[in-house]
Every structure is written in structure tokens, then in C-alpha cells.
Design a protein around this ligand. Structure first.
Ligand SMILES: [Ca+2]
Ligand SMILES: [Ca+2]
Ligand SMILES: [Ca+2]
Length: 484
């Protein structure tokens, strides 16, 4: 064998090995199945989680119309109908020009009789007949509902949507007072509403709004101002970093929220009128924030700071909060509190204390400090696991608990689950219709269209929760990346 022949032969062998290796890799890649469907498990032996629908595209919220019909929001801008467990192929409403980068998008829905309220990030002229500006705004619209059709959009609230593309808030609730409550994230701002004493004036960020659902005007009796021209007149609470969940206690009628910390302290709060949650000076209990006292906060007349009623020492991206106004799980769960998270898909459960001003943990030696700071303590308040990431929790009109999931690892693929008594699941499953056609499996990845250093962050944070795996530097990055 000549040297050249030897080299050629070696080259051939190498090429052939390379081709074999490549084809093995390619065939593995092609034949690898779609990501396995989450298998949630519920820690209560008498209860189980049952899949209602799979293959949802970045689902952010659900709202029940009746026992058999649910409106589902897809973050990119569609309102879909789930009817008798089937996702209907045509959207009920397709919003145009929705800005869904990172945590922006079609985020919140609430139904009140024949009115439906939507919270959406948008740019340009989106809704026929309503003039809009060129920049990205978060807006609350009301629609008139006739059966399952939505018409006659009315702009109720016009809010900023930056500079941060995360921390948009977006959940809406009608309170027992028939007023509309809207939670709005801080969007990386550092103003008086974020407790910077010499910061910019109140600018509609890091707040809970309380407005008249008919026209978006300030509700009567709001705690911080009664002067309609004053932005404070619309606020019920401030100092909120970000939230993916508010709900009313059906027994007391009081508002509660769930809030995300940056790297420490996710929170559950009882939100009294004028509540200041403390961000960006305080996160978690104030005593855990060294060298800080209430005098360091922006104390608007009519406001009061309050510690969370519960916190997680390490942030995990808590999302929705839901009072379980149902007897379906037995008396011990009636009107209890469910909270989800987006990073691990854990469902937590809390029992309110006797006067329903906090969580009943006084007799637990590790949790009586109201802080979960170890895996054991987290386990003690865990109700279920394996939901990949939770974007919404609702009590169904059938009395069961509905969990909407959003998997950040698969760019927002989601499912709808129902938690129900195990005895009923068997009979329900037997007669259940087949799963809906998966016509929405591939969500669009809007982040990839964006150029910039914050891109990777945006991917990592995509909805519904800054985990907060997001650190301050990354947040700043995003911040400088998109200046309004
Ligand atoms: Ca707080
Ligand atoms: Ca503890
Ligand atoms: Ca909810």
C-alpha cells in the first residue's frame, strides 16, 4: 500500500465512520418522541389529576362560561373555546398585533354576565375603531358576550408595558363589590410606586387597579385618592414587583395576591385597601431585609405596608392563587387556597387561619415563621407535583379544580388538567371524548425575531413567571434592550 493509498483509505474510513455517526444521530433525533406528557400526581390519595386537553399553544388563562364551556387565552392573541372538553378549531376572537415577546401578550380574562374583560399587550392599531399609539401598551378591554361570541370592544384601561418585557402582571378579577381589579407588574421601573422616595411620580406600574368595569374610571372609595385626575385614584395597592394571580376570599370578600421575588422570597399577601407590598425596598417579611424599616418606603397617605402572610425563601416563580369555593373535595378543602408555580409545576395548598387573615401554620414548628425555607417545609405545603409549569388555576362550575399548564422548556406547550375525586375520575374517563386534534402543537417563537442581548433572557423568562431564575443583571439587560 502506498502512502497515498493509505491516506485515502484512512480518509474513506473516517468519512464512512463520520457518516455512520451522523446518521445514527439524525435517526435518533428524528425518531425521538415529542416531549413526554407531564404526569401530575396529587398527594391526597382520594384525589387525582386527569388530563382534559393537551397540545395547547402558550395558554395563559381560562375562564368558565358555564359547566361545559371555557374560554382559553393563548398568549399570542387568540381567545379559544373549549366546549365539552374539546378545543374548538376556530378562535372565538383573534386579536391583531398582539405583542407577545417574553412575558407580554394576551394574559388575563374575566367574565361578568354578558361582559368579558381581557388584558393584552399590543402595539399599533389593534381593535377596530379604537385609536392606539405606536408603542407597546398593556390594555384592558371589555367585550360584549352573546353566547360564545365577543363583540363591541371598549378600551377601559391604557397602561405602560415597559421598559421591561417581563413583569407585566395581567390577571383580572371582578370583586364582590362588582368592581374590576387588575394586577400590573413593575416592568423594571424604579419610581415612587416601587418605593423609591425620590423616584418618578406614580406611573401605573407595580399596582393593583380598582376601576369601574363600565368605563374604567376610578372606583368610588379607593384608598389613596378621591380626585379622579390623580393617578392614585385608580390604585388599590402598590409596591408589587410582579404577580400572576389575584383572587377574592369567598368568605370574607377580601383580596389576596401571589407575588414573585427576584431570587429570594415569593409571597402570598392579604391585600387590604391601600396595601404597599414593599418592592423594591422590601421583598418577603420586612425583618428579613437587613437595615430596612417602614420609614424607608414611600408611604402614600391612605397606604400601609404589610408583611406577606406566607413566603418561599427561595423564589420559584409562584403564579396563580385560587380560593377553592367548592365542597367537591370534602369539608377540609372548602374555601382553602391553592397556589401554583411556573418553574417546577408544583401545586401548593394552604388552609386559612380561623379569622381568615393569614395561613393556619401556628402549630407547625418549621412553618410557624410563615416562611418555607427548606425542602421539607416546601413538601409540607405541596398538594400536587408534575404540572410542568402552572399559568392559571380555576374552580370549575362542576366543583373541581382546573389547572392550566405552560411549559417554558417547550416554548409554551400547555395542557389543561382537572383535579377531582379519584372515584369520579374513573367514571368520567370511561365516558370521556377522545383528545382534541392537536392542531396547535407548534407555538410561534416570537423571541427569535428579536435581535439583541436580551434575547436569551426573553426565552428563559417566556411567560408566565420570571422564575426568578432571572438575575438582576439579566433584568437590567432586558431593561436597556427595550427602552420606551
Ligand atoms: Ca411584599
Ligand atoms: Ca420556616
Ligand atoms: Ca385563576
Amino acid at each position: 500500500m502506498t502512502y497515498h493509498n493509505y491516506v485515502d483509505k484512512t480518509k474513506d474510513m473516517m468519512t464512512s465512520l463520520l457518516i455512520t455517526a451522523l446518521s445514527v444521530i439524525i435517526s435518533l433525533y428524528i425518531s425521538s418522541p415529542a416531549p413526554a406528557l407531564a404526569q401530575p400526581s396529587i398527594n391526597e390519595p382520594n384525589l387525582t389529576a386527569e388530563l382534559v386537553l393537551d397540545g395547547l399553544s402558550s395558554p395563559s388563562s381560562i375562564a368558565f362560561l358555564d359547566e361545559n364551556n371555557i374560554f382559553l387565552l393563548e398568549k399570542e392573541g387568540s381567545v379559544r373555546l373549549i366546549s365539552n372538553g374539546q378545543l374548538q378549531p376556530q378562535p372565538v376572537l383573534q386579536l391583531q398585533g398582539v405583542e407577545s415577546n417574553n412575558e407580554r401578550g394576551l394574559l388575563g380574562i374575566e367574565v361578568m354576565n354578558n361582559k368579558v374583560f381581557l388584558y393584552v399587550s399590543e402595539s399599533g392599531a389593534q381593535v377596530e375603531g379604537i385609536p392606539t399609539e405606536g408603542d407597546v401598551r398593556n390594555r384592558v378591554y371589555s367585550y360584549t358576550r352573546d353566547g360564545t361570541s365577543l363583540t363591541n370592544p371598549q378600551l377601559l384601561v391604557d397602561l405602560p408595558s415597559g421598559p421591561g418585557t417581563n413583569h407585566q402582571g395581567g390577571k383580572l378579577k371582578i370583586g364582590p363589590d362588582n368592581q374590576l381589579y387588575v394586577v400590573v407588574g413593575e416592568m423594571q421601573r424604579e419610581g415612587q410606586l416601587q418605593n423609591f422616595q425620590s423616584g418618578p411620580a406614580p406611573d401605573d406600574t407595580g399596582i393593583i387597579l380598582r376601576v369601574n368595569p363600565a368605563d374604567g374610571s376610578p372606583s368610588a372609595g379607593n384608598p389613596l385618592s378621591s380626585e379622579p385626575a390623580d393617578p392614585l385614584s385608580k390604585y388599590y395597592a402598590y409596591g408589587i414587583r410582579n404577580s400572576f394571580g389575584i383572587d377574592f376570599d369567598p368568605v370574607t370578600g377580601k383580596l389576596w395576591d401571589a407575588e414573585n421575588g427576584e431570587d429570594v422570597f415569593d409571597e402570598i399577601n392579604l391585600v387590604e385597601p391601600g396595601f404597599n407590598s414593599g418592592w423594591k425596598t422590601v421583598m418577603g417579611p420586612i425583618a428579613a431585609n437587613t437595615g430596612v424599616s417602614e420609614s424607608n418606603l414611600v408611604n402614600i397617605p391612605g397606604s400601609q405596608y404589610a408583611d406577606p402572610v406566607f413566603s418561599w425563601a427561595e423564589s420559584r416563580g409562584v403564579t396563580d392563587i385560587e380560593f377553592f369555593n367548592s365542597t367537591a373535595f370534602g369539608p377540609s378543602f372548602e374555601n382553602g387556597i391553592f397556589v401554583g408555580d411556573v418553574t417546577s409545576g408544583t401545586l401548593f395548598y394552604f388552609e386559612p387561619n380561623a379569622d381568615r387573615t393569614g395561613i393556619n401554620l401556628a402549630n407547625d414548628p418549621l412553618l410557624s415563621d410563615l416562611i418555607a425555607d427548606s425542602d421539607d417545609e416546601i413538601s409540607a405545603v405541596t398538594f400536587g407535583t408534575g404540572f410542568t409549569g402552572i399559568s392559571d388555576i380555576e374552580t370549575g362550575l362542576d366543583g373541581n379544580l382546573y389547572i392550566l399548564t405552560f411549559d417554558r422548556e417547550t416554548e409554551g406547550r400547555g395542557s389543561l388538567y382537572r383535579v377531582l375525586p379519584a372515584a369520579e375520575a374513573a367514571t368520567t374517563t370511561a365516558g370521556a371524548p377522545p383528545p382534541a386534534p392537536s392542531d396547535t402543537v407548534t407555538p410561534s417563537v416570537t423571541d427569535e425575531d428579536e435581535v439583541g442581548a436580551g434575547d436569551q433572557d426573553a426565552q428563559e423568562n417566556e411567560v408566565n413567571g420570571d422564575s426568578d431564575g432571572n438575575n438582576e443583571e439579566e433584568d437590567q439587560d432586558e431593561n436597556s434592550n427595550e427602552n420606551e
